[in-house]
Design a protein around this ligand. Structure first.
Ligand SMILES: [Zn+2]
Ligand SMILES: [Zn+2]
Length: 114
Protein backbone atom coordinates (compact mmCIF):
# COMPACT_ATOMS: atom_id res chain seq x y z
CA UNK A 1 0.00 0.00 0.00
CA UNK A 2 3.01 2.25 0.26
CA UNK A 3 3.32 3.22 -3.34
CA UNK A 4 6.19 5.64 -3.54
CA UNK A 5 5.69 6.36 -7.22
CA UNK A 6 2.74 8.66 -6.62
CA UNK A 7 4.77 10.56 -4.04
CA UNK A 8 7.34 11.59 -6.61
CA UNK A 9 4.89 12.22 -9.41
CA UNK A 10 3.91 15.81 -9.98
CA UNK A 11 0.27 16.71 -10.51
CA UNK A 12 0.95 20.39 -10.71
CA UNK A 13 3.88 22.74 -10.26
CA UNK A 14 3.56 26.48 -10.14
CA UNK A 15 4.99 29.65 -8.78
CA UNK A 16 3.06 31.47 -6.08
CA UNK A 17 4.66 34.69 -4.94
CA UNK A 18 8.25 33.83 -4.14
CA UNK A 19 7.53 30.17 -3.53
CA UNK A 20 7.48 27.13 -5.76
CA UNK A 21 4.41 25.03 -5.10
CA UNK A 22 4.32 21.37 -6.02
CA UNK A 23 1.18 19.26 -5.86
CA UNK A 24 2.27 15.65 -5.74
CA UNK A 25 0.57 12.59 -7.18
CA UNK A 26 -0.67 11.58 -3.75
CA UNK A 27 -2.29 14.98 -3.22
CA UNK A 28 0.39 16.34 -0.90
CA UNK A 29 1.30 20.00 -1.42
CA UNK A 30 4.80 21.30 -0.87
CA UNK A 31 5.74 24.97 -0.62
CA UNK A 32 9.40 25.71 -1.26
CA UNK A 33 10.56 29.23 -0.42
CA UNK A 34 12.70 30.61 -3.21
CA UNK A 35 15.74 31.46 -1.12
CA UNK A 36 16.77 28.01 0.16
CA UNK A 37 15.72 26.48 -3.14
CA UNK A 38 18.05 28.73 -5.10
CA UNK A 39 20.84 28.07 -2.64
CA UNK A 40 20.35 24.35 -3.20
CA UNK A 41 20.80 24.73 -6.95
CA UNK A 42 23.11 21.94 -8.02
CA UNK A 43 24.00 23.24 -11.45
CA UNK A 44 27.62 23.57 -12.50
CA UNK A 45 27.78 27.32 -12.26
CA UNK A 46 26.37 27.38 -8.74
CA UNK A 47 28.29 24.46 -7.32
CA UNK A 48 31.42 24.53 -9.46
CA UNK A 49 32.89 21.62 -11.34
CA UNK A 50 33.63 19.07 -8.69
CA UNK A 51 35.50 16.83 -11.09
CA UNK A 52 38.09 19.43 -12.03
CA UNK A 53 39.60 19.42 -8.59
CA UNK A 54 38.80 15.94 -7.42
CA UNK A 55 37.62 17.17 -4.07
CA UNK A 56 34.51 18.75 -2.73
CA UNK A 57 34.66 22.47 -3.22
CA UNK A 58 32.54 24.90 -1.35
CA UNK A 59 29.88 26.54 -3.42
CA UNK A 60 31.39 29.62 -4.98
CA UNK A 61 28.20 31.59 -4.95
CA UNK A 62 28.73 35.16 -5.89
CA UNK A 63 26.56 37.47 -3.86
CA UNK A 64 23.16 37.14 -5.44
CA UNK A 65 20.76 39.96 -5.90
CA UNK A 66 17.35 39.62 -4.27
CA UNK A 67 15.68 38.75 -7.56
CA UNK A 68 17.89 35.68 -7.77
CA UNK A 69 15.78 34.13 -5.04
CA UNK A 70 12.45 34.77 -6.75
CA UNK A 71 11.23 31.95 -8.98
CA UNK A 72 9.73 33.06 -12.29
CA UNK A 73 8.57 29.76 -13.74
CA UNK A 74 8.77 26.02 -13.21
CA UNK A 75 8.61 23.21 -15.70
CA UNK A 76 8.85 19.45 -15.46
CA UNK A 77 11.85 17.70 -16.95
CA UNK A 78 10.88 14.21 -17.98
CA UNK A 79 9.41 12.41 -15.01
CA UNK A 80 12.32 12.89 -12.68
CA UNK A 81 13.05 16.58 -12.39
CA UNK A 82 11.74 20.07 -11.95
CA UNK A 83 13.43 22.99 -13.61
CA UNK A 84 13.11 26.39 -12.01
CA UNK A 85 13.66 29.60 -13.94
CA UNK A 86 14.60 32.48 -11.68
CA UNK A 87 13.81 36.14 -12.12
CA UNK A 88 17.50 36.90 -12.72
CA UNK A 89 17.41 34.55 -15.70
CA UNK A 90 19.20 31.60 -14.12
CA UNK A 91 17.65 28.32 -15.27
CA UNK A 92 20.36 25.69 -15.16
CA UNK A 93 19.25 23.91 -12.05
CA UNK A 94 17.13 20.79 -12.20
CA UNK A 95 15.79 19.57 -8.91
CA UNK A 96 15.41 15.84 -8.52
CA UNK A 97 11.79 15.11 -7.65
CA UNK A 98 12.72 12.55 -5.03
CA UNK A 99 15.02 14.99 -3.30
CA UNK A 100 12.39 17.68 -3.50
CA UNK A 101 9.79 15.46 -1.97
CA UNK A 102 12.21 14.29 0.69
CA UNK A 103 13.01 17.87 1.62
CA UNK A 104 9.43 19.10 1.76
CA UNK A 105 9.52 21.79 4.44
CA UNK A 106 6.03 21.21 5.80
CA UNK A 107 5.61 20.24 9.43
CA UNK A 108 4.41 16.71 8.73
CA UNK A 109 7.33 15.89 6.43
CA UNK A 110 9.91 17.64 8.60
CA UNK A 111 8.78 15.59 11.58
CA UNK A 112 9.12 12.40 9.59
CA UNK A 113 12.64 13.03 8.33
CA UNK A 114 14.15 13.94 11.69
ZN1 LIG B 1 22.49 27.15 -10.53
ZN1 LIG C 1 5.25 17.87 3.19
Amino acid sequence: MTSSSTQTKVQQALVVGDEVVVVWGDGHESYYPGCPLRKACSCASCKGERHLFGRATLPTLAPLRPEAFVPAAVSLVGNYGLKVTWVDGHDHGIYDLRELRASCPCDACAARSD
